[in-house]
Ligand binder design. Structure first.
Ligand code: AMP
Length: 134
């Protein structure tokens, strides 16, 4: 059975898309730690644990995440983009990219932002526009 993230990458389940290519997909986390909090996933490879990925998928995912992080940094005011891999909820490898202004911005225990759909759309578009220009 396909994971929820495979269904997001295929468009079966809606998401706020930030960037994509043939093999990878980036979209806004629906419970963001900060504006611009993005998840980066392999489209079809449903491996749960990132370090179980085959080498090509692992390397491709990291390179894709780097480009998405560059777009986030241009679109969202922040000191830098933090990287985290948890996978405590969804068993489909994903990298969290979180705009950081302080250490506490990467604290997954803190209360998540509640954003309106229009705000998610605005943020996703601003990152997507920067990604397209890279
Ligand atoms: P973890 O597996 O511990 O890395 O957590 C899964 C992350 O995926 C959480 O930050 C969720 O907010 C996020 N998430 C789960 N379902 C969706 C969804 N449908 N759209 C966007 N983000 C999601």
């Amino acid at each position: 059975m396909a994971t929820i993230f495979s269904k997001i990458a295929s468009g079966e389940i809606p998401s706020y898309k930030v960037a994509e290519n043939e093999d990878f997909y980036a979209f806004l986390d629906i419970n963001p730690l900060a504006e611009g909090h993005t998840l980066v996933i392999p489209r079809k490879v449903e491996t749960d644990y990132i370090f179980d990925l085959d080498e090509d998928t692992y390397a491709g995912l990291c390179l894709f995440a780097r480009k998405v992080a560059a777009a986030i940094r241009e679109a969202v005011p922040c000191k830098r983009v933090g990287v985290a891999v948890l996978g405590m909820e969804v068993p489909h490898t994903h990298i969290h990219l979180v705009p950081l202004n302080s250490e506490s911005d990467l604290d997954f225990r803190k209360k998540k932002l509640e954003l309106a759909p229009e705000e998610f759309e605005r943020i996703a578009k601003s990152i997507a526009d920067k990604y397209a220009g890279l």
